[in-house]
Design a protein around this ligand. Structure first.
Ligand SMILES: NC(=O)C1=CN([C@@H]2O[C@H](COP(=O)(O)OP(=O)(O)OC[C@H]3O[C@@H](n4cnc5c(N)ncnc54)[C@H](O)[C@@H]3O)[C@@H](O)[C@H]2O)C=CC1
Ligand SMILES: N[C@@H](CC=O)C(=O)O
Ligand code: NA
Length: 818
C-alpha cells in the first residue's frame, strides 16, 4: 500500500488535475494498492479565511468571495467531467454542500464572530470540495475511486486550528475503514474531527500529516508527496540557479533542511511515518517520471559530506554578555527560560568558550521582546553592571550546511569558511550542532545569496564553478581576451567544469552589465548602445551591489585612474587580474599596500602579463623565491616591440616604418613612446625587483635610452612618428655601427644586487640575447641553484594573442584558487 498526497499549486487548475489523474491511472493499472490525499485547490484555503474574516467584520463583500469560490468549483466540474450524468450529479452535490457553507458564512455575518471552532468547519469545505471533485473525475477515468472525508477516520482533541491527534483511535479507525472499503480512497487532507463530530484541522502542513497518519495506520510501504518542485534541492533554486535534486537523504537531514527554510516538507507532521520508518518520496507533478527525492533512514557514510544548503533569510542576533556570567552556573538556563516564558522561539545558539557571552538568533519580530525578557531576568545583574544590556543586531541571515556525513569527514568547516572568506563574507556568529548534522553561520543579510552560491559551489560543484568577470578596457588586449573566452567557454564548461561569465564591460566611453552574462557574440554593439557612460566609481559600486561569488576585475587599459581603484576593489574581496603596469610600477608603498589588502581579504592581485606578456616570468620568479632559492642577478630583454624593431632593422627600411609595423602588430603600448623611450622596460625591471623583495621606486632605475634628443618632446604620437622619420639617418647609423662589429642592438635590463638599470647594448654572437628573433623576450635568472647555467624564459613577449592568453590563464588560475 502506498499513500500519495497532492497539494497546493499542483491541484491549482483543471489541466493540472488532468495531469494528476493520468499519474493515478498509471498507478492503478500497475496493480499497486494506493490511497490518495488532496489539499484544497491552490489559494482556496486563503480565500475561505478571508471570506469568514470579512463576514465576521460584518462586511457583505464576503458574498462575492463565496460566489467566486462556488463558481471556481463548478467551473472545475464543467471542465473536468465529460460524462453528462456524472457531471450533473457532481455539480448538484457540490451545490448542496456549498449551500451549507453559504449559510454558515451568513451565520458568521449575523453574529459577527468566527471562532476557531467555526473556522475549522469553514476551512473543511476546501478539502472536501477538491477531494470530492477529483474522486469523481477518477471514477470517470476508470479508477474505482471513492471519496473519503477524513473526519471519519482521524480523531483529535478539541484544539481547533491545530488539533492533537489521538493516534491509537485514528489508526484503529483507519484500519477498520480501509479493510471494509477496498476501492481507491480519495481522502481530504488537513481535516479531522473531535468528539461529538466537531470538525477540527491539523495545522500547518496538515495534508502531509494526513498522509503520514494514513501511512502509519495502514503500515504503508511508502509515502509519496507530489508537489510542484523536483524533490528536495541542494539549495533554494530561486537563489542558487545550479541547485539540483538530492536523490536520497535521511529523515534527520530532511528535518534539518526544513528547519532552515526548505519548504518542501514539513517534518513534524510526518513524524508518525518516520516512527514507522516508512520511506518518503518527494515528486514533481510536472515531471512524473523523474525520481525526485527519497527520504528514509538509509544513511550512506560513503556519500557526500554535505547534503544540502539552506538559509533563513532574516534573523536578529541577541547577545548577552558581561563579567558576571563567567563560571556562574544557571546563566543559560535563565536566559532560555525567560525566552521560553515569553513564548519566543530560538533559532540558533552560540556560546564562546570564554563564557563571557551567549548569542542567540530569533525572528526579527521577536527581537525586542527577547531583549526585554532577558533584561528583566537579569535586572539585578544589569543594575550592578556585571551583565550588559542585551545587544541586538539586525539585518542578518543564517546559512547552514546540512549532512549526516559531515561527522565522518574532517575539513568541512575549513571549506565552509574558506568559501565565505574568499567572497568577503564575514561570519558574525557560528553554531555547530553536536550531532554535526549542520554547521550554521550568521552573516549579513545582503550577503545571503552570494553565500549560498559560494557554498553550493564549494560543496557540490567543486568541479563546477562560475567566474564572474568585470572587464574594463576592450581595445587590443581586452577585445582579444573576449574572443578567446567566447571560443574557449565550451571547453572550460565541459572539461574544467568552469563557466566564465562576463557580467560587466566598459571602455573609455560606456559601460554595460548583465548578471546573467553578456552575450559574447554581440558585445561590441551592446556596449556601443549601452545607456550608461563610463564612471569607474559607479562600475565598482555595481560590482559590489551585484555581490556575485568568484568576482574578478580585469583591467585591460593602460590607464592610471583605473589602477587607482584596485585598492577599493580588492578591499571588496574582488580579485584583480591586469596587464596594466601602472599600479605595480608606481609608488612602492602603494604596490605593497595592494598586495597586503589582497592578502588580508584572501583574494588575488595578479599581473603576470606585466612582464614578458604571456611568458611565465613573475610566476617563475616567485617559485624560485618560495622554494628558497636566492636571486643573484636578473638580466633580460623585456620589450617585445623593441625586440621586433631591432630584429627588423636591416638598413633597407626607414626606422619609423618598422615602428609603425610594431604598433600595427600590437606589440607596442597604446602610446609607443612608452616603449621607445625605454620606460616600459624600466617599469618591467622595477616590477621584477619588487617581486624579488627589493623596495625600489621608478627613479631608482637608471635608464639610458637611445632616442635622439628632443624626440620625447613630441606632443602627439603622430608628431613623434614625424620625428622618427626625420631622424631616419640617426637610427640607420645605430644599426650600421652595430652591424659593422658583427653585433645586433638590444635594450637590456639588469637587476644585480639592489641596482636596476636599462640601456641599449650592441651584443655579439657570444651573447645569449644575440639569437633572439621576432618579438622575443628573454629573461635570464642567475640564482644560487641556477648558478653555473642560468634559468632562462624565452619567447614572444608582446602581442594581442599571447598577452590576452596570459590574462585568460591568470583568470582561470584565480578561479581555480577561489
Ligand atoms: N600589447 C601587448 O603586447 C601588451 C600589452 N599590455 C598592456 O595591456 C594593456 C592594454 O593594451 P591595449 O589593449 O594595447 O590598449 P588599447 O589602447 O588597445 O585598449 C585600451 C582599452 O582601455 C579603454 N580605456 C582607456 N581608458 C579608459 C578609462 N579611463 N576607462 C575605461 N576604459 C578605458 C579603452 O577604451 C580601450 O578599450 C596596457 O596596459 C598594456 O600595457 C601588457 C602586456 C603586453
Ligand atoms: N609594449 C610592450 C608589451 C608588453 O608589455 C612590449 O613591447 O613589450
Ligand atoms: Na608574463
Amino acid at each position: 500500500m502506498k499513500v500519495l498526497k497532492f497539494g497546493g499549486s499542483s491541484v491549482g487548475q483543471p489541466d493540472r488535475i488532468r495531469g494528476i489523474v493520468e499519474i493515478l491511472k498509471k498507478y492503478y493499472a500497475s496493480g499497486d494498492h494506493f490511497t490518495v490525499v488532496f489539499s484544497a485547490f491552490g489559494g482556496v484555503t486563503d480565500s475561505l479565511i478571508e471570506m469568514s474574516t470579512l463576514a465576521a467584520q460584518g462586511e457583505d463583500r464576503y458574498g462575492q468571495l463565496f460566489d467566486a469560490f462556488a463558481e471556481r468549483h463548478q467551473q472545475a466540474i464543467t471542465e473536468l467531467l465529460t460524462n453528462d450524468a456524472l457531471r450533473r450529479e457532481t455539480a448538484q452535490q457540490m451545490r448542496r454542500s456549498h449551500e451549507v457553507l453559504k449559510n454558515l458564512l451568513y451565520g458568521i455575518f449575523l453574529v459577527r464572530e468566527a471562532s476557531p471552532r467555526t473556522m475549522d468547519y469553514v476551512l473543511s469545505f476546501g478539502e472536501r470540495s477538491s477531494a470530492y471533485i477529483i474522486s469523481q473525475k477518477l471514477l470517470e477515468a476508470g479508477v474505482p475511486a471513492e471519496f473519503l472525508d477524513a473526519r471519519r477516520i482521524i480523531k483529535t482533541d478539541k484544539t481547533f486550528g491545530n488539533a492533537k491527534v489521538n493516534f491509537e483511535k485514528s489508526y484503529q479507525k483507519i484500519r477498520e475503514y480501509y479493510s471494509e472499503h477496498p476501492k481507491v480512497q480519495v481522502v481530504t487532507g488537513f481535516i479531522s474531527s473531535a468528539k461529538g463530530g466537531l470538525t477540527t484541522t491539523l495545522g500547518r502542513g496538515g495534508s502531509d500529516y494526513t498522509a503520514s497518519l494514513l501511512a502509519a495506520g495502514l503500515d504503508a510501504d511508502a509515502i509519496e508527496i507530489w508537489t510542484d518542485v523536483s524533490g528536495v534541492l541542494t539549495a533554494d533554486p530561486r537563489r542558487v540557479k545550479k541547485a539540483f535534486t538530492i536523490p536520497k537523504m535521511t529523515y534527520a537531514e530532511a528535518m534539518e533542511m526544513s528547519h532552515f527554510g526548505a519548504k518542501v516538507i514539513y517534518p513534524p507532521t510526518l513524524m508518525p511515518a518516520l516512527q514507522k520508518r516508512i520511506p518518503l518520496y518527494i515528486k514533481n507533478t510536472f515531471e512524473p517520471e523523474f525520481e525526485g527525492t527519497k527520504v528514509s533512514e538509509e544513511s550512506n557514510p560513503e556519500g557526500a559530506a554535505v547534503r544540502g544548503i539552506s538559509s533563513i533569510n532574516n534573523v536578529a542576533l541577541c547577545t548577552v554578555s558581561g563579567t558576571g556570567m563567567f563560571g556562574v552556573p544557571g546563566i543559560a538556563g535563565r536566559i532560555f527560560g525567560s525566552l521560553a516564558a515569553a513564548g519566543i522561539n530560538v533559532i540558533l545558539i552560540t556560546q564562546g568558550s570564554s563564557e563571557h557571552a551567549i548569542s542567540f538568533a530569533v525572528q526579527p519580530a521577536s527581537a525586542d521582546a527577547a531583549k526585554v525578557a532577558v533584561e528583566d531576568a537579569f535586572a539585578f545583574e544589569i543594575e550592578r553592571g556585571v551583565v550588559n544590556a542585551v545587544k541586538v543586531e539586525r539585518e542578518l541571515s543564517v546559512v547552514a550546511i546540512i549532512g549526516e556525513n559531515m561527522r565522518y569527514q574532517p575539513g568541512i568547516s575549513g571549506r565552509l569558511f574558506r568559501a565565505l572568506g574568499q567572497n568577503g563574507i564575514n561570519a558574525v556568529a557560528i553554531a555547530q550542532g553536536s550531532s554535526e548534522l549542520n554547521v550554521s553561520v550568521v552573516i549579513a543579510k545582503e550577503d545571503e545569496t552570494k553565500a549560498l552560491n559560494a557554498l553550493h559551489e564549494a560543496f557540490f560543484l567543486s568541479d563546477h564553478k562560475t567566474l564572474h568577470l568585470f572587464i574594463v578596457g576592450v581595445g587590443l588586449i581586452g577585445g582579444t581576451l573576449l574572443s578567446q573566452i567566447k571560443k574557449q567557454n565550451e571547453y572550460l564548461r565541459e572539461r574544467r567544469g568552469m563557466e566564465v561569465k562576463v557580467v560587466g564591460l566598459a571602455n573609455s566611453k560606456k559601460m554595460l552589465f548583465d548578471a546573467e552574462g553578456i552575450d559574447l557574440e554581440n558585445w561590441r554593439t551592446a556596449l556601443q548602445h549601452a545607456e550608461t557612460k563610463i564612471d569607474l566609481a559607479v562600475f565598482v559600486g555595481r560590482m559590489r551591489d551585484l555581490n556575485l561569488s568568484n568576482s574578478i576585475f580585469v583591467d585591460n587599459t593602460a590607464n592610471s585612474q583605473i589602477a587607482s581603484f584596485y585598492e577599493t576593489i580588492l578591499d571588496e574581496s574582488i580579485s584583480v587580474s591586469t596587464p596594466n603596469k601602472i599600479a605595480t610600477s608606481s609608488g612602492y608603498l602603494q604596490y605593497q599596500r595592494l598586495k597586503n589588502i589582497a592578502d588580508k581579504r584572501g583574494v588575488q592581485f595578479r599581473y603576470e602579463t606585466n612582464v614578458g606578456a604571456g611568458l611565465p616570468v613573475i610566476s617563475t620568479l616567485r617559485d624560485l623565491i618560495d622554494s628558497g632559492d636566492r636571486i643573484n642577478k636578473i638580466e633580460g630583454v623585456l620589450s617585445g616591440s623593441l625586440s621586433f624593431i631591432f630584429n627588423n632593422m636591416d638598413g633597407s627600411r626607414p626606422f619609423a616604418e618598422i615602428v609603425r609595423e610594431a604598433k600595427e602588430k600590437g606589440f607596442t603600448e597604446p602610446d609607443p613612446r612608452t616603449d621607445l623611450s625605454g620606460k616600459d622596460v624600466a617599469r618591467k625591471i622595477l616590477i621584477l625587483a619588487r617581486e624579488t623583495g627589493i623596495a625600489l621606486d621608478a627613479e631608482d632605475v637608471s635608464l639610458s635610452g637611445f632616442l635622439p634628443e628632443g624626440a620625447m618632446e613630441a606632443e602627439s604620437i603622430e608628431a613623434f612618428f614625424t620625428i622618427l622619420e626625420e631622424e631616419a639617418a640617426y637610427f640607420d647609423g645605430l644599426y650600421r655601427q652595430a652591424e659593422k662589429d658583427g653585433k645586433v642592438l638590444r635594450m637590456v635590463a639588469t637587476l644585480e644586487g639592489e641596482k636596476a638599470s636599462v640601456g641599449i647594448q650592441s651584443v655579439g654572437k657570444d651573447n645569449p640575447f644575440y639569437t633572439l628573433s621576432g618579438s622575443d623576450n628573454m629573461i635570464v635568472f642567475y640564482t644560487d641553484r641556477y648558478s653555473v647555467r642560468p634559468l632562462v624564459v624565452r619567447g614572444p613577449g608582446a602581442g594581442a594573442e599571447v598577452t590576452a592568453a596570459g590574462v585568460f590563464a591568470e583568470i582561470i588560475q584565480i578561479g581555480t584558487l577561489s
